[in-house]
Design a binder for this molecule. Structure first.
Ligand code: SF4
Length: 429
C-alpha cells in the first residue's frame, strides 16, 4: 500500500510543479513515506534524516516531509525531536499535501496533519489521475481496520475501516486499463472486508473482469473472518482472478490466535481452504506467520508446523514476534531469543521446502507469464506466473504487457527461469 500511496503523493505534488528525481542531491523537497509495520520503524526514520542532513550539509536545506504511518503515530513528537523536519502528514491526510506545502512556504511554519479523513482523501484523489502506467498496478479499495489484533499498529495508524465508493474504484480501474495496465492488484489492510453500499469485493472483481484490457486481478491483504461465500464462489467463475490466495493465518494454534485477538480459529481456516480447493483445484495458498508470539508453548508451535504440512503454502512470510509500541502485545513477556530463532528456522525450512518443491515441479512445463519489463541489465525479461512467482526468461520487447507462454528450464526458491515458447508444436491427427 505504501507503494500505491507514494505514487499517489507524487501524482498530487506534480500539480504544484514537483518533478521526480532519483538524484537526492538535486532535490528541493525530500518526502519520506514511512511504514510502521517494520521493526524499529521510528528509529529508521531519524537515521534517514541524519543521512539527508549530511548530503545537504553545504547546500540549501530541502523541504523535509515525513508521511505515512510513522508520521501518524509520532505526529507532534517528530517536529519536536528533529527540527530538520518541516511537515508531518499522516496517511489519511495525503490529499492536503499541496496546501500544506504551499502554506509552509508562505508562512515558514512547521505543520502536522494527522486527522483520519479517508472520505475526503479519496474524493480528492479520485480527481487526480493515477499515473502508474505500469503493466501491474495497485489500486487501493479499502483502508484501515477495526479488528485490533494485539500485535498490530494498523488500527491506530490507518484508522477505522473505510471502503471507497464502488464507482470511484471502477473509474480508476478504467483509467489504468486505458493507460497500459494489464493486471490490477486491489489493496486494503482488510481488503476482503470491502463493503460499500452492499457492493462487496466479489462484485468489484466481476466488474473489473469486464474490462477487456485487464488480464489479471489479484487482491491483498485479506482476513479469514471476511472470506465470505460470495468471494469463495468467485474462484469458480472468474476467468481473471489469479489462483493464489494470500490469507494470513499468523499461527496454527487456536490458543495463540486467541491471545493475538485474531477472531478466527483454525477450523474456520481449514474450511475456507477445503471449499476453495473444491471450487477450483488450481488454487494455492500463501500466508503470514508470527513465530514465538508471547504464550506460544511447544504444543502451540507444533500446531503451526502441522498446519503448514497440511496446507503446503507455496509462498509465505514468517517473522519472529517483535513488539510494536502502543499495541496490547507490546508489554508481554518475550519468548527466549534462542528458542524463537530455533522455531523460526523450523518453520522456514518447512515453508521453503514447499516453495522449492512447487517451483521444481514446473521444470519443462509451459506456463503463462505476464511480462512486466526488461531486467535491470536489460538482457532478459521479467514477468510473473499466475502464482506471483517471478519468471526470468529470454523474450522480445514486444512481449511487455502480454501474457506469453514460457517453458521453465530451471528454478530456485524464489524465481523461475525459462525460455519463450515461440510456437507450440501441437499436432492433431
Ligand atoms: S486484521 Fe490485519 S490490519 Fe487489522 S489489526 Fe489484524 S493484522 Fe492488523
Amino acid at each position: 500500500m505504501n507503494e500505491y500511496d507514494s505514487n499517489r503523493l507524487y501524482d498530487t505534488v506534480k500539480k504544484i510543479g514537483y518533478e521526480k528525481t532519483q538524484n537526492y542531491e538535486d532535490a528541493n523537497c525530500y518526502l519520506l513515506n514511512t511504514c510502521h509495520i517494520r521493526d524499529k520503524a521510528k528509529e529508521k526514520v531519524y537515521h534517514e534524516i541524519g543521512r539527508v542532513k549530511k548530503i545537504f550539509r553545504s547546500k540549501q536545506k530541502p523541504l523535509v516531509i515525513i508521511a505515512g504511518c510513522v508520521a501518524q503515530a509520532e505526529n507532534q513528537e517528530m517536529l519536536k525531536r528533529e527540527p530538520y523536519i518541516d511537515l508531518v502528514i499522516g496517511p489519511q491526510s495525503y490529499h492536503k499535501i499541496n496546501d500544506t506545502i504551499l502554506n509552509h512556504i508562505e508562512k515558514r511554519k512547521k505543520i502536522e496533519e494527522t486527522e483520519f479523513d479517508a472520505v475526503s482523501k479519496f474524493q480528492y484523489l479520485s480527481k487526480i489521475k493515477n499515473e502508474s502506467g505500469k503493466v501491474s498496478s495497485f489500486l487501493t479499495i479499502q483502508e484501515g481496520c477495526d479488528k485490533f489484533c494485539h500485535f498490530c499498529v494498523v488500527p491506530y495508524t490507518r484508522g477505522p475501516e473505510y471502503s471507497r465508493p464502488f464507482n470511484q474504484i471502477i473509474d480508476e480501474a478504467k483509467y489504468l486499463a486505458d493507460n497500459g495496465t494489464k493486471e490490477i492488484i486491489l489493496l486494503g489492510q482488510n481488503v476482503n472486508a470491502y463493503d460499500n453500499e452492499g457492493y462487496k469485493l466479489s462484485n468489484l472483481i466481476m466488474e473489473i473482469e469486464k474490462l477487456t484490457q485487464i488480464k489479471r486481478i489479484r487482491y491483498t491483504t485479506s482476513h479469514p473472518k471476511d472470506m465470505t461465500d460470495d468471494l469463495i464462489e468467485v474462484y469458480g467463475v472468474s476467468k481473471k482472478l489469479m489462483p493464489l490466495v494470500h490469507l494470513p493465518v499468523q499461527s496454527g494454534s487456536d490458543k495463540v490466535l486467541k491471545l493475538m485477538n485474531r477472531k478466527h480459529v483454525i477450523k474456520d481456516y481449514l474450511k475456507i481452504y477445503e471449499r476453495l480447493k473444491k471450487i477450483n483445484s488450481t488454487v494455492e495458498f500463501s500466508s503470514d506467520f508470527i513465530i514465538a508470539y508471547p504464550g506460544e508453548d511447544k504444543n502451540a508451535f507444533e500446531s503451526t508446523l502441522n498446519l503448514i504440512k497440511k496446507i503446503k503454502f507455496i509462498n509465505s512470510f514468517s517473522f519472529i514476534f517483535s513488539p510494536r509500541p502502543g499495541t496490547v502485545a507490546s508489554n508481554l513477556k518475550l519468548i527466549e531469543r534462542k528458542v524463537s530463532l530455533e522455531r523460526l528456522e523450523l518453520v522456514q525450512k518447512e515453508l521453503f521446502n514447499y516453495q522449492l518443491e512447487k517451483n521444481r515441479s514446473l521444470k519443462n512445463k509451459v506456463i503463462n507469464v505476464l511480462v512486466e519489463n526488461k531486467t535491470k541489465k536489460s538482457i532478459k525479461f521479467f514477468g510473473r506466473s499466475e502464482y506471483m512467482t517471478p519468471v526470468i526468461f529470454d523474450g522480445n520487447d514486444e512481449d511487455v504487457g502480454k501474457i506469453i507462454k514460457v517453458k521453465i528450464t530451471n528454478s530456485n526458491q524464489n524465481t523461475l527461469f525459462g525460455e519463450r515458447v515461440e510456437k507450440l508444436n501441437l499436432r492433431v491427427a
